[in-house]
Design a binder for this molecule. Structure first.
Ligand code: NAD
Length: 502
Protein backbone atom coordinates (compact mmCIF):
# COMPACT_ATOMS: atom_id res chain seq x y z
CA UNK A 1 0.00 0.00 0.00
CA UNK A 2 1.11 3.53 -0.71
CA UNK A 3 1.57 4.59 2.89
CA UNK A 4 3.24 7.86 1.88
CA UNK A 5 -0.08 9.05 0.54
CA UNK A 6 -2.38 7.16 2.83
CA UNK A 7 -0.54 8.15 5.97
CA UNK A 8 -0.99 6.73 9.42
CA UNK A 9 -3.44 7.70 10.77
CA UNK A 10 -5.34 7.54 7.51
CA UNK A 11 -6.26 10.72 5.72
CA UNK A 12 -9.46 11.75 4.01
CA UNK A 13 -9.58 12.26 0.26
CA UNK A 14 -11.31 15.53 -0.49
CA UNK A 15 -11.20 17.49 -3.74
CA UNK A 16 -8.40 15.26 -5.05
CA UNK A 17 -6.15 15.96 -2.02
CA UNK A 18 -5.15 13.79 0.93
CA UNK A 19 -6.09 15.81 3.96
CA UNK A 20 -5.96 15.25 7.71
CA UNK A 21 -9.29 14.96 9.46
CA UNK A 22 -10.12 17.71 11.96
CA UNK A 23 -10.87 15.06 14.58
CA UNK A 24 -8.92 14.16 17.68
CA UNK A 25 -10.51 10.68 17.79
CA UNK A 26 -9.05 7.64 16.06
CA UNK A 27 -9.77 3.93 15.98
CA UNK A 28 -7.34 1.06 15.48
CA UNK A 29 -7.59 -1.03 12.33
CA UNK A 30 -6.21 -4.49 13.15
CA UNK A 31 -5.73 -7.44 10.81
CA UNK A 32 -8.48 -9.74 12.15
CA UNK A 33 -6.42 -12.85 11.41
CA UNK A 34 -3.44 -11.78 13.52
CA UNK A 35 -4.48 -8.83 15.68
CA UNK A 36 -1.56 -6.89 14.13
CA UNK A 37 -2.22 -3.14 13.85
CA UNK A 38 -2.57 -2.15 10.18
CA UNK A 39 -3.43 1.49 10.61
CA UNK A 40 -5.52 3.99 12.56
CA UNK A 41 -8.66 5.50 11.13
CA UNK A 42 -9.86 9.02 11.99
CA UNK A 43 -13.41 9.37 13.26
CA UNK A 44 -13.96 12.44 11.12
CA UNK A 45 -16.22 15.32 12.09
CA UNK A 46 -19.17 17.05 10.48
CA UNK A 47 -16.77 19.84 9.44
CA UNK A 48 -14.81 17.25 7.45
CA UNK A 49 -18.08 16.24 5.78
CA UNK A 50 -18.86 19.90 5.01
CA UNK A 51 -15.49 20.26 3.29
CA UNK A 52 -16.08 17.15 1.20
CA UNK A 53 -19.59 18.24 0.23
CA UNK A 54 -18.30 21.67 -0.80
CA UNK A 55 -15.58 20.07 -2.97
CA UNK A 56 -18.06 17.63 -4.53
CA UNK A 57 -20.56 20.41 -5.18
CA UNK A 58 -17.97 22.48 -6.96
CA UNK A 59 -16.80 19.50 -9.05
CA UNK A 60 -20.40 18.70 -10.02
CA UNK A 61 -20.63 21.81 -12.22
CA UNK A 62 -18.10 20.65 -14.80
CA UNK A 63 -18.44 16.89 -14.22
CA UNK A 64 -22.18 16.85 -14.92
CA UNK A 65 -21.52 18.86 -18.10
CA UNK A 66 -18.83 16.40 -19.27
CA UNK A 67 -20.22 14.21 -22.08
CA UNK A 68 -21.32 10.83 -20.77
CA UNK A 69 -19.06 9.05 -23.28
CA UNK A 70 -16.05 10.83 -21.76
CA UNK A 71 -17.20 9.92 -18.27
CA UNK A 72 -17.55 6.30 -19.37
CA UNK A 73 -14.04 6.30 -20.88
CA UNK A 74 -12.63 7.05 -17.43
CA UNK A 75 -14.47 3.99 -16.15
CA UNK A 76 -12.85 1.90 -18.90
CA UNK A 77 -9.41 3.13 -17.79
CA UNK A 78 -10.32 2.50 -14.14
CA UNK A 79 -11.33 -1.03 -15.08
CA UNK A 80 -7.90 -1.68 -16.65
CA UNK A 81 -6.20 -0.38 -13.51
CA UNK A 82 -8.30 -2.62 -11.30
CA UNK A 83 -7.30 -5.62 -13.38
CA UNK A 84 -3.65 -4.55 -13.27
CA UNK A 85 -3.72 -4.19 -9.48
CA UNK A 86 -5.97 -7.18 -8.84
CA UNK A 87 -3.48 -9.08 -6.64
CA UNK A 88 -2.58 -6.07 -4.55
CA UNK A 89 -6.25 -5.19 -3.99
CA UNK A 90 -7.20 -8.77 -3.14
CA UNK A 91 -4.40 -8.98 -0.56
CA UNK A 92 -5.55 -5.69 0.94
CA UNK A 93 -9.11 -7.02 1.27
CA UNK A 94 -7.83 -10.17 2.96
CA UNK A 95 -5.66 -8.20 5.36
CA UNK A 96 -8.33 -5.78 6.49
CA UNK A 97 -11.38 -8.06 6.34
CA UNK A 98 -10.00 -11.55 6.99
CA UNK A 99 -11.66 -13.43 4.12
CA UNK A 100 -9.31 -15.72 2.22
CA UNK A 101 -7.54 -14.68 -0.98
CA UNK A 102 -9.83 -16.56 -3.42
CA UNK A 103 -12.83 -14.95 -1.69
CA UNK A 104 -11.16 -11.55 -1.96
CA UNK A 105 -10.48 -12.15 -5.67
CA UNK A 106 -14.11 -13.16 -6.15
CA UNK A 107 -15.21 -9.97 -4.38
CA UNK A 108 -13.10 -7.92 -6.72
CA UNK A 109 -14.53 -9.71 -9.74
CA UNK A 110 -18.09 -8.97 -8.64
CA UNK A 111 -17.07 -5.34 -8.19
CA UNK A 112 -15.48 -5.25 -11.65
CA UNK A 113 -18.84 -6.32 -13.08
CA UNK A 114 -20.33 -3.11 -11.70
CA UNK A 115 -17.61 -1.05 -13.37
CA UNK A 116 -18.27 -2.91 -16.63
CA UNK A 117 -21.98 -2.18 -16.25
CA UNK A 118 -21.29 1.53 -15.67
CA UNK A 119 -19.16 1.63 -18.84
CA UNK A 120 -22.48 1.24 -20.70
CA UNK A 121 -23.82 4.49 -19.25
CA UNK A 122 -24.27 6.21 -22.66
CA UNK A 123 -26.90 3.58 -23.41
CA UNK A 124 -28.21 3.26 -19.86
CA UNK A 125 -28.85 6.99 -19.53
CA UNK A 126 -30.80 7.30 -22.75
CA UNK A 127 -34.19 8.87 -22.41
CA UNK A 128 -37.40 8.30 -24.33
CA UNK A 129 -38.96 10.25 -27.17
CA UNK A 130 -42.39 10.23 -28.73
CA UNK A 131 -42.84 12.67 -31.58
CA UNK A 132 -46.17 14.25 -32.45
CA UNK A 133 -48.04 13.43 -29.27
CA UNK A 134 -50.42 16.17 -30.48
CA UNK A 135 -50.24 18.17 -33.69
CA UNK A 136 -46.60 19.30 -34.06
CA UNK A 137 -45.90 18.63 -30.41
CA UNK A 138 -43.10 16.28 -29.34
CA UNK A 139 -42.36 14.78 -25.96
CA UNK A 140 -39.10 13.49 -24.55
CA UNK A 141 -37.77 12.25 -21.24
CA UNK A 142 -34.20 13.25 -20.41
CA UNK A 143 -32.21 11.86 -17.48
CA UNK A 144 -30.04 14.09 -15.30
CA UNK A 145 -27.63 13.36 -12.46
CA UNK A 146 -28.80 14.38 -8.99
CA UNK A 147 -25.77 16.31 -7.70
CA UNK A 148 -23.68 15.34 -4.68
CA UNK A 149 -24.56 11.84 -3.49
CA UNK A 150 -23.29 9.80 -0.53
CA UNK A 151 -22.45 6.12 -0.05
CA UNK A 152 -22.21 4.49 3.40
CA UNK A 153 -20.83 0.98 3.36
CA UNK A 154 -20.29 -2.07 5.63
CA UNK A 155 -17.10 -3.96 6.47
CA UNK A 156 -17.90 -7.25 4.80
CA UNK A 157 -17.21 -6.31 1.15
CA UNK A 158 -14.92 -3.30 1.41
CA UNK A 159 -14.28 -3.08 -2.34
CA UNK A 160 -17.42 -4.57 -3.89
CA UNK A 161 -20.19 -2.83 -1.96
CA UNK A 162 -18.88 0.69 -2.69
CA UNK A 163 -18.77 -0.49 -6.32
CA UNK A 164 -22.54 -1.03 -6.18
CA UNK A 165 -22.67 2.74 -5.81
CA UNK A 166 -19.95 5.00 -7.17
CA UNK A 167 -19.35 3.55 -10.69
CA UNK A 168 -23.02 4.11 -11.59
CA UNK A 169 -23.31 7.35 -9.61
CA UNK A 170 -20.29 9.10 -11.07
CA UNK A 171 -20.61 7.79 -14.62
CA UNK A 172 -24.17 9.13 -14.56
CA UNK A 173 -22.67 12.56 -13.76
CA UNK A 174 -23.01 12.80 -9.97
CA UNK A 175 -20.18 13.56 -7.59
CA UNK A 176 -19.72 11.11 -4.76
CA UNK A 177 -18.70 10.97 -1.11
CA UNK A 178 -17.84 7.54 0.26
CA UNK A 179 -17.99 6.82 3.98
CA UNK A 180 -16.35 3.39 4.13
CA UNK A 181 -16.69 1.12 7.13
CA UNK A 182 -14.32 2.33 9.84
CA UNK A 183 -13.41 -1.34 10.31
CA UNK A 184 -12.17 -1.78 6.72
CA UNK A 185 -11.07 1.64 5.45
CA UNK A 186 -7.85 0.71 3.65
CA UNK A 187 -8.95 -0.51 0.22
CA UNK A 188 -11.13 2.56 -0.41
CA UNK A 189 -8.00 4.64 -0.18
CA UNK A 190 -6.33 2.59 -2.89
CA UNK A 191 -9.51 2.88 -4.98
CA UNK A 192 -9.34 6.68 -4.71
CA UNK A 193 -5.75 6.58 -5.95
CA UNK A 194 -6.69 4.39 -8.91
CA UNK A 195 -9.64 6.60 -9.85
CA UNK A 196 -7.30 9.59 -9.90
CA UNK A 197 -4.84 7.65 -12.04
CA UNK A 198 -7.68 6.79 -14.42
CA UNK A 199 -8.20 10.52 -14.98
CA UNK A 200 -11.18 11.24 -12.75
CA UNK A 201 -11.26 15.00 -12.05
CA UNK A 202 -10.65 16.15 -8.49
CA UNK A 203 -13.72 16.36 -6.30
CA UNK A 204 -15.78 13.80 -8.23
CA UNK A 205 -14.93 10.98 -5.82
CA UNK A 206 -14.20 11.76 -2.17
CA UNK A 207 -13.59 9.61 0.89
CA UNK A 208 -14.42 10.72 4.42
CA UNK A 209 -13.37 8.16 7.02
CA UNK A 210 -15.21 7.73 10.27
CA UNK A 211 -18.41 6.53 11.86
CA UNK A 212 -21.68 8.04 13.19
CA UNK A 213 -20.68 11.70 12.90
CA UNK A 214 -19.83 11.34 9.23
CA UNK A 215 -23.03 9.40 8.57
CA UNK A 216 -25.15 12.03 10.33
CA UNK A 217 -23.25 14.80 8.57
CA UNK A 218 -24.15 13.29 5.20
CA UNK A 219 -27.74 12.49 6.17
CA UNK A 220 -28.44 16.03 7.29
CA UNK A 221 -26.44 18.05 4.76
CA UNK A 222 -28.77 20.04 2.48
CA UNK A 223 -26.44 19.70 -0.51
CA UNK A 224 -26.41 15.90 -0.43
CA UNK A 225 -29.18 14.75 -2.73
CA UNK A 226 -29.19 10.98 -2.26
CA UNK A 227 -27.86 8.36 0.13
CA UNK A 228 -27.08 4.78 -0.73
CA UNK A 229 -26.55 2.68 2.39
CA UNK A 230 -25.60 -0.95 2.97
CA UNK A 231 -25.28 -2.31 6.49
CA UNK A 232 -27.14 -3.81 9.42
CA UNK A 233 -30.92 -3.60 9.85
CA UNK A 234 -31.20 -1.09 12.72
CA UNK A 235 -28.77 1.32 11.06
CA UNK A 236 -30.47 0.89 7.66
CA UNK A 237 -33.81 1.79 9.21
CA UNK A 238 -32.28 4.82 10.93
CA UNK A 239 -30.54 5.96 7.74
CA UNK A 240 -33.72 5.53 5.70
CA UNK A 241 -35.85 7.55 8.11
CA UNK A 242 -33.28 10.28 8.72
CA UNK A 243 -32.38 10.74 5.05
CA UNK A 244 -36.05 10.84 4.07
CA UNK A 245 -36.81 13.36 6.83
CA UNK A 246 -34.07 15.50 5.34
CA UNK A 247 -35.64 15.32 1.89
CA UNK A 248 -33.18 12.92 0.32
CA UNK A 249 -33.63 10.05 -2.03
CA UNK A 250 -32.51 6.93 -0.14
CA UNK A 251 -31.95 3.22 -0.62
CA UNK A 252 -30.90 1.25 2.45
CA UNK A 253 -29.91 -2.39 2.08
CA UNK A 254 -30.06 -4.14 5.42
CA UNK A 255 -29.40 -7.36 7.31
CA UNK A 256 -30.50 -10.87 6.51
CA UNK A 257 -31.32 -14.35 7.71
CA UNK A 258 -31.19 -16.49 4.59
CA UNK A 259 -33.17 -19.72 4.80
CA UNK A 260 -32.30 -22.79 2.74
CA UNK A 261 -35.09 -25.36 2.35
CA UNK A 262 -33.84 -28.90 1.72
CA UNK A 263 -36.35 -31.28 0.13
CA UNK A 264 -36.06 -35.07 0.40
CA UNK A 265 -35.59 -35.64 -3.33
CA UNK A 266 -32.35 -33.71 -3.60
CA UNK A 267 -28.80 -35.12 -3.55
CA UNK A 268 -28.05 -34.52 0.12
CA UNK A 269 -24.28 -34.63 -0.14
CA UNK A 270 -24.32 -32.03 -2.89
CA UNK A 271 -26.80 -29.85 -0.97
CA UNK A 272 -24.62 -30.07 2.16
CA UNK A 273 -21.54 -29.03 0.15
CA UNK A 274 -23.41 -26.03 -1.28
CA UNK A 275 -24.85 -25.01 2.10
CA UNK A 276 -21.44 -25.34 3.78
CA UNK A 277 -19.83 -23.05 1.24
CA UNK A 278 -22.68 -20.53 1.59
CA UNK A 279 -22.82 -20.65 5.41
CA UNK A 280 -19.12 -20.66 6.24
CA UNK A 281 -17.56 -18.88 3.24
CA UNK A 282 -16.32 -15.40 4.19
CA UNK A 283 -16.74 -16.63 7.81
CA UNK A 284 -20.50 -16.30 7.39
CA UNK A 285 -20.11 -12.54 7.04
CA UNK A 286 -22.11 -12.26 3.82
CA UNK A 287 -25.58 -10.78 3.59
CA UNK A 288 -26.41 -13.74 1.33
CA UNK A 289 -24.90 -16.43 3.58
CA UNK A 290 -27.03 -19.46 4.42
CA UNK A 291 -27.73 -19.01 8.11
CA UNK A 292 -30.87 -21.10 8.64
CA UNK A 293 -31.50 -24.51 7.10
CA UNK A 294 -35.04 -25.83 6.93
CA UNK A 295 -34.80 -29.58 6.48
CA UNK A 296 -37.69 -31.94 5.84
CA UNK A 297 -37.67 -34.31 8.82
CA UNK A 298 -37.15 -37.56 6.91
CA UNK A 299 -33.73 -36.45 5.60
CA UNK A 300 -32.64 -34.17 8.46
CA UNK A 301 -30.34 -36.68 10.22
CA UNK A 302 -28.55 -37.57 7.00
CA UNK A 303 -28.23 -33.93 5.94
CA UNK A 304 -26.76 -32.92 9.30
CA UNK A 305 -24.25 -35.77 9.13
CA UNK A 306 -23.12 -34.47 5.72
CA UNK A 307 -22.99 -30.87 6.99
CA UNK A 308 -20.75 -31.89 9.90
CA UNK A 309 -18.51 -33.89 7.57
CA UNK A 310 -18.16 -30.94 5.18
CA UNK A 311 -17.53 -28.50 8.04
CA UNK A 312 -14.86 -30.79 9.52
CA UNK A 313 -12.95 -30.61 6.24
CA UNK A 314 -12.60 -26.80 6.30
CA UNK A 315 -9.16 -25.41 7.09
CA UNK A 316 -9.25 -22.34 9.33
CA UNK A 317 -6.53 -19.70 9.49
CA UNK A 318 -4.98 -16.59 7.99
CA UNK A 319 -6.58 -16.11 4.57
CA UNK A 320 -3.28 -14.97 3.07
CA UNK A 321 -2.00 -18.52 3.42
CA UNK A 322 -2.67 -21.12 0.77
CA UNK A 323 -5.40 -23.68 1.35
CA UNK A 324 -7.34 -21.71 3.99
CA UNK A 325 -11.12 -22.05 3.72
CA UNK A 326 -12.27 -20.14 6.76
CA UNK A 327 -10.87 -16.83 7.98
CA UNK A 328 -11.62 -14.89 11.16
CA UNK A 329 -14.62 -12.70 11.95
CA UNK A 330 -14.04 -8.99 11.85
CA UNK A 331 -13.35 -8.03 15.47
CA UNK A 332 -12.86 -9.46 18.93
CA UNK A 333 -16.00 -7.59 20.09
CA UNK A 334 -18.01 -9.25 17.31
CA UNK A 335 -16.62 -12.66 18.29
CA UNK A 336 -17.78 -12.09 21.89
CA UNK A 337 -21.31 -11.33 20.65
CA UNK A 338 -21.26 -14.49 18.57
CA UNK A 339 -20.16 -16.53 21.61
CA UNK A 340 -23.13 -15.04 23.49
CA UNK A 341 -25.45 -16.18 20.70
CA UNK A 342 -24.04 -19.71 20.93
CA UNK A 343 -24.74 -19.72 24.67
CA UNK A 344 -28.26 -18.42 24.07
CA UNK A 345 -28.84 -21.11 21.44
CA UNK A 346 -27.86 -23.82 23.91
CA UNK A 347 -29.95 -22.24 26.67
CA UNK A 348 -33.02 -22.11 24.44
CA UNK A 349 -32.83 -25.84 23.79
CA UNK A 350 -31.21 -26.10 20.35
CA UNK A 351 -28.74 -28.98 19.98
CA UNK A 352 -25.17 -27.78 19.41
CA UNK A 353 -23.98 -30.57 17.11
CA UNK A 354 -20.75 -28.85 16.08
CA UNK A 355 -19.08 -26.31 18.35
CA UNK A 356 -16.47 -24.22 16.52
CA UNK A 357 -15.15 -22.53 19.66
CA UNK A 358 -12.72 -25.25 20.63
CA UNK A 359 -10.65 -25.41 17.43
CA UNK A 360 -10.44 -21.59 17.45
CA UNK A 361 -8.30 -21.74 20.57
CA UNK A 362 -5.40 -22.92 18.40
CA UNK A 363 -5.41 -19.47 16.77
CA UNK A 364 -5.40 -17.16 19.82
CA UNK A 365 -4.21 -13.98 18.09
CA UNK A 366 -7.01 -13.69 15.53
CA UNK A 367 -10.79 -13.54 15.94
CA UNK A 368 -11.61 -17.09 14.89
CA UNK A 369 -14.62 -19.35 15.23
CA UNK A 370 -14.84 -22.74 13.60
CA UNK A 371 -18.01 -23.81 11.77
CA UNK A 372 -20.78 -24.04 14.36
CA UNK A 373 -23.99 -25.98 13.73
CA UNK A 374 -27.20 -26.14 15.72
CA UNK A 375 -29.83 -28.81 15.15
CA UNK A 376 -33.43 -28.73 16.39
CA UNK A 377 -33.65 -24.96 16.31
CA UNK A 378 -36.99 -23.25 15.77
CA UNK A 379 -38.15 -19.99 14.24
CA UNK A 380 -38.77 -18.34 17.63
CA UNK A 381 -35.26 -18.88 18.97
CA UNK A 382 -33.01 -15.84 19.03
CA UNK A 383 -30.36 -17.74 17.02
CA UNK A 384 -32.89 -17.92 14.16
CA UNK A 385 -34.62 -14.58 14.65
CA UNK A 386 -31.41 -12.53 14.70
CA UNK A 387 -28.69 -12.17 12.14
CA UNK A 388 -25.53 -13.52 13.83
CA UNK A 389 -23.21 -12.74 10.90
CA UNK A 390 -20.65 -15.45 11.66
CA UNK A 391 -20.01 -19.11 10.78
CA UNK A 392 -23.05 -20.28 12.76
CA UNK A 393 -25.77 -22.32 11.06
CA UNK A 394 -29.10 -23.30 12.61
CA UNK A 395 -31.09 -26.26 11.30
CA UNK A 396 -34.86 -26.44 11.75
CA UNK A 397 -36.82 -29.60 11.05
CA UNK A 398 -40.19 -29.47 9.30
CA UNK A 399 -42.81 -32.00 8.16
CA UNK A 400 -43.05 -30.99 4.50
CA UNK A 401 -42.73 -28.27 1.86
CA UNK A 402 -45.71 -26.27 3.16
CA UNK A 403 -44.42 -26.21 6.75
CA UNK A 404 -41.00 -25.26 5.37
CA UNK A 405 -42.43 -22.25 3.54
CA UNK A 406 -44.45 -21.24 6.59
CA UNK A 407 -41.32 -21.44 8.78
CA UNK A 408 -39.40 -19.21 6.38
CA UNK A 409 -42.26 -16.70 6.29
CA UNK A 410 -41.86 -16.12 10.04
CA UNK A 411 -38.50 -14.41 9.57
CA UNK A 412 -38.56 -10.61 9.67
CA UNK A 413 -35.84 -10.65 7.01
CA UNK A 414 -36.27 -11.42 3.31
CA UNK A 415 -32.93 -11.04 1.57
CA UNK A 416 -32.14 -14.43 0.05
CA UNK A 417 -33.80 -17.87 0.15
CA UNK A 418 -32.90 -21.12 -1.57
CA UNK A 419 -34.56 -24.46 -2.22
CA UNK A 420 -32.73 -27.72 -2.94
CA UNK A 421 -34.91 -30.06 -5.00
CA UNK A 422 -35.16 -31.97 -8.26
CA UNK A 423 -38.90 -31.42 -8.38
CA UNK A 424 -39.91 -28.61 -10.75
CA UNK A 425 -43.26 -28.17 -9.04
CA UNK A 426 -41.64 -27.47 -5.65
CA UNK A 427 -38.99 -25.31 -7.29
CA UNK A 428 -41.60 -23.20 -9.06
CA UNK A 429 -43.88 -22.97 -6.03
CA UNK A 430 -40.93 -21.84 -3.90
CA UNK A 431 -39.99 -19.11 -6.39
CA UNK A 432 -43.60 -17.89 -6.43
CA UNK A 433 -44.35 -18.07 -2.73
CA UNK A 434 -41.21 -17.38 -0.71
CA UNK A 435 -40.97 -13.89 0.74
CA UNK A 436 -37.46 -12.94 -0.29
CA UNK A 437 -36.02 -10.61 -2.90
CA UNK A 438 -33.32 -13.00 -4.16
CA UNK A 439 -34.22 -16.62 -4.62
CA UNK A 440 -32.04 -19.60 -5.42
CA UNK A 441 -33.07 -22.92 -6.88
CA UNK A 442 -30.20 -25.30 -6.08
CA UNK A 443 -27.91 -22.23 -5.80
CA UNK A 444 -26.20 -21.52 -2.48
CA UNK A 445 -25.54 -17.79 -2.88
CA UNK A 446 -28.19 -16.44 -5.27
CA UNK A 447 -26.62 -12.96 -5.43
CA UNK A 448 -27.63 -11.41 -8.76
CA UNK A 449 -24.97 -10.18 -11.17
CA UNK A 450 -24.46 -6.44 -11.49
CA UNK A 451 -26.88 -5.87 -14.37
CA UNK A 452 -29.80 -7.16 -12.24
CA UNK A 453 -31.24 -5.40 -9.21
CA UNK A 454 -29.97 -6.53 -5.82
CA UNK A 455 -33.19 -6.68 -3.94
CA UNK A 456 -34.10 -7.68 -0.41
CA UNK A 457 -37.65 -7.71 0.95
CA UNK A 458 -39.17 -7.12 4.39
CA UNK A 459 -36.65 -5.75 6.91
CA UNK A 460 -33.75 -6.53 4.57
CA UNK A 461 -34.41 -3.40 2.52
CA UNK A 462 -35.70 0.13 3.06
CA UNK A 463 -36.54 2.18 0.01
CA UNK A 464 -37.94 1.74 -3.46
CA UNK A 465 -35.24 1.47 -6.12
CA UNK A 466 -32.78 -1.30 -5.36
CA UNK A 467 -29.03 -1.32 -5.91
CA UNK A 468 -27.35 -2.24 -9.22
CA UNK A 469 -28.78 -2.83 -12.69
CA UNK A 470 -31.36 -0.48 -14.16
CA UNK A 471 -32.64 0.32 -10.66
CA UNK A 472 -29.19 1.69 -9.81
CA UNK A 473 -29.27 3.99 -12.84
CA UNK A 474 -32.78 5.17 -11.97
CA UNK A 475 -31.72 5.76 -8.38
CA UNK A 476 -28.80 8.00 -9.32
CA UNK A 477 -30.64 9.99 -12.00
CA UNK A 478 -33.74 12.17 -12.18
CA UNK A 479 -36.08 12.58 -15.11
CA UNK A 480 -37.28 15.64 -16.93
CA UNK A 481 -40.17 15.36 -19.38
CA UNK A 482 -40.12 17.97 -22.11
CA UNK A 483 -43.11 18.86 -24.27
CA UNK A 484 -42.16 21.10 -27.19
CA UNK A 485 -43.69 22.83 -30.17
CA UNK A 486 -41.91 24.93 -32.79
CA UNK A 487 -43.51 27.57 -35.03
CA UNK A 488 -42.66 28.80 -38.45
CA UNK A 489 -41.85 32.52 -38.70
CA UNK A 490 -45.09 34.49 -38.88
CA UNK A 491 -47.31 31.68 -37.56
CA UNK A 492 -49.47 33.31 -34.85
CA UNK A 493 -51.68 30.30 -34.06
CA UNK A 494 -51.36 28.56 -30.71
CA UNK A 495 -51.71 25.18 -32.38
CA UNK A 496 -54.75 23.07 -33.10
CA UNK A 497 -56.51 20.66 -30.82
CA UNK A 498 -58.41 17.66 -31.98
CA UNK A 499 -61.80 17.19 -30.39
CA UNK A 500 -62.86 13.61 -29.90
CA UNK A 501 -66.60 12.99 -30.19
CA UNK A 502 -68.11 9.81 -28.85
P1 NAD B 1 -23.15 -1.62 10.28
O1 NAD B 1 -24.58 -1.31 10.17
O2 NAD B 1 -22.54 -1.76 11.61
O3 NAD B 1 -22.29 -0.48 9.53
C1 NAD B 1 -22.60 -0.06 8.23
C2 NAD B 1 -22.22 1.41 8.10
O4 NAD B 1 -23.03 2.18 8.97
C3 NAD B 1 -20.78 1.68 8.48
O5 NAD B 1 -20.22 2.56 7.55
C4 NAD B 1 -20.87 2.26 9.87
O6 NAD B 1 -19.86 3.21 10.14
C5 NAD B 1 -22.22 2.93 9.87
N1 NAD B 1 -22.87 2.90 11.19
C6 NAD B 1 -22.85 1.87 12.08
N2 NAD B 1 -23.59 2.17 13.16
C7 NAD B 1 -24.08 3.41 12.96
C8 NAD B 1 -24.93 4.27 13.70
N3 NAD B 1 -25.41 3.90 14.90
N4 NAD B 1 -25.23 5.48 13.20
C9 NAD B 1 -24.77 5.86 12.00
N5 NAD B 1 -23.96 5.08 11.23
C10 NAD B 1 -23.62 3.88 11.71
O7 NAD B 1 -22.90 -2.91 9.38
P2 NAD B 1 -21.58 -3.78 9.30
O8 NAD B 1 -21.44 -4.57 10.55
O9 NAD B 1 -20.45 -2.96 8.85
O10 NAD B 1 -21.96 -4.76 8.09
C11 NAD B 1 -22.65 -5.96 8.25
C12 NAD B 1 -24.12 -5.77 7.99
O11 NAD B 1 -24.33 -5.32 6.65
C13 NAD B 1 -24.88 -7.08 8.08
O12 NAD B 1 -26.09 -6.83 8.76
C14 NAD B 1 -25.13 -7.47 6.64
O13 NAD B 1 -26.25 -8.29 6.43
C15 NAD B 1 -25.33 -6.12 6.03
N6 NAD B 1 -25.13 -6.17 4.58
C16 NAD B 1 -26.24 -6.15 3.81
C17 NAD B 1 -26.13 -6.25 2.44
C18 NAD B 1 -27.35 -6.26 1.56
O14 NAD B 1 -27.21 -6.24 0.36
N7 NAD B 1 -28.55 -6.29 2.11
C19 NAD B 1 -24.85 -6.35 1.86
C20 NAD B 1 -23.74 -6.37 2.68
C21 NAD B 1 -23.88 -6.27 4.07
Amino acid sequence: MNTAIVGNPLKNYIGGQWVDSLTTRFEDVPNPATGELLSRVPLSTREDVDKAVAAAKEAFVSWSATPVVDRARIMFRFHSLLVKHEDELARMITMENGKNLPEAQAELLRGLEMVEFACGMPTLMMGETLPNIANSIDSQVIRFPLGVVGGITPFNFPVMVPMWMYPIAITAGNTFILKPSERTPLSSIRIAELLKEAGLPDGVFNVVNGAHDVVNGLLEHPDVKAISFVGSQPVAEYVYKTAATNGKRVQALAGAKNHHLVMPDTDLKRAAKTITSSAFGCAGERCMAASAVVAVEEIADELIAHLIEEANALAMGNGLEEGIDLGPVIRDSHLSKVHDYIEKGVASGAALVRDGREEAQKLPDGYFLGPTIFDKADAEMVIVRDEIFAPVLSVMRVKDFEEGLETISRSRFGNGATIYTNNGKWGREFVQQVEAGMVGVNVGVPAPMGFFAFSGWKQSFYGDLHANGKDGVLFFTKKKTVTSRWFEDGDTSIGSQKVFVK
